[in-house]
Write a protein that binds this ligand. Structure first.
Ligand code: ZN
Ligand code: ZN
Length: 354
């Protein structure tokens, strides 16, 4: 699928009464054009014709990255595109989630007689199903993530700090070809592993600690996301039980991923399975991944009810956390295939002892 195909899909999805979409979110602009600069807006008409606007700093970059779209250089991309559209359009779709009050004031001043029609996730809806190029980027990002996990297992020994391991993960991913880490890596030792989104500290690894690693690589703008929990030394009985419980929930939820199942139903399944063993799931079961680390569909309570479709990429990440003691989370990035979930992250999910 080319970016031109994506722009035509936006044109086809425009609501009644609109002649064009004014796309102001940079991730959506990137999805629709390939442009990676930090200031831009894009106008897309019903037939998929488009104009990209950016400022002078990105003139050369825009011509190189987006040779197939008309370019307008301006200091105020969104307002100027709207002014151009106002010459012929009556209704222009704009996403309510991506406009600040300041931008809305500027747009209202530029709109003239054009009616601004609010949409909600027009482009994000299209972004949910990944094409082959996107899946290839995610697959590569996940392979690098797996390689970094193998690397760092050899580094984990008593005395190492969470910060050192976090740095090592980044170094390893960059060496394997990642542009960057997909997000700040979570490295949590011992009781810290019970904090779902712990930030790495100078806590040193000790014998008997659970080690929770949640990290991923960024490749061509696409985000991998994986969590593994291992143990320093021989695992105790409670650690083995906790790990086995989470692994069982994760496997059953992965098995339940199939085209046609609602994301919210998968979250409910995880919640029911974890309730059976006692604690509650304190976060959502998972989320879509792509050009953003967290994107639709969301596998959370009150999340997306629209069913999963082939080509969607989501995480499955149940966790159980025992405050003051330790926690286990196991997370994979998976792609929804015609017969079920294909895990793109493939590191061992066993309770590895380091
Ligand atoms: Zn994660
Ligand atoms: Zn995640």
């Amino acid at each position: 699928m080319t970016t031109g195909d994506r722009r035509r899909a936006v044109g086809a999805a425009l609501p009644a009464g609109t002649d064009a979409a004014l796309v102001t979110n940079l991730t959506n602009v990137r999805y629709l054009t390939g442009f990676t600069g930090s200031n831009a807006a894009l106008a897309v008409s019903r037939d998929g014709e488009a104009v990209l606007a950016t400022d002078g700093r990105y003139d050369e970059q825009a011509r190189a990255e987006v040779p197939d779209v008309a370019l307008q250089i301006t200091r105020t991309p969104a307002a100027d595109l709207l002014r151009t559209l106002a010459a012929s359009a009556r209704g222009v779709a704009i996403d309510r989630r991506h406009v600040t009050l300041a931008m809305l004031d500027d747009l209202a001043a530029a709109a003239g007689h054009v009616e601004l029609i609010r949409t909600d996730g027009l482009v994000e809806t299209l972004r949910m199903s990944k094409d082959d190029d996107e899946i290839a980027a995610l697959r590569e990002a996940c392979q690098i993530t797996d390689a970094a996990f193998t690397d760092v297992l050899a580094e984990l020994r008593p005395g190492k700090t969470e910060r050192e391991i976090s740095w090592r993960l980044l170094e390893s991913m960059r060496r394997c070809g990642a542009e960057d880490a997909a997000f700040d890596s979570i490295v949590a030792f011992g009781p810290n592993s019970a904090i779902p989104h712990h930030r790495p500290t100078d806590r040193q690894l000790e014998h008997g600690d659970l080690v929770k690693l949640d990290f991923g690589a960024l490749v061509r703008g696409y985000h991998a996301d994986m969590t593994r929990t291992v143990v320093c030394g021989r695992p105790s009985a409670w650690q083995q039980d906790l790990h086995a419980q989470v692994l069982s929930v994760q496997e059953r939820c992965r098995d339940a991923v199939t085209p046609g199942v609602a994301p919210v139903a998968l979250d409910e399944l995880a919640r029911r399975l974890i309730d059976e063993v006692g604690p509650t799931l304190v976060h959502g079961l998972g989320h879509g991944v792509g050009l953003e680390i967290h994107e639709r569909p969301f596998l959370v309570p009150n999340g997306d009810a629209a069913p999963l479709q082939t080509g969607m990429c989501v995480t499955i990440e149940p966790g159980i956390y025992l405050p003051g003691q330790g926690g286990v989370r196991i997370e994979d990035t998976v792609v929804v295939g015609s017969t079920g979930a294909e895990p793109l992250t493939q590191s061992s999910r066993e309770l590895v002892a380091v």
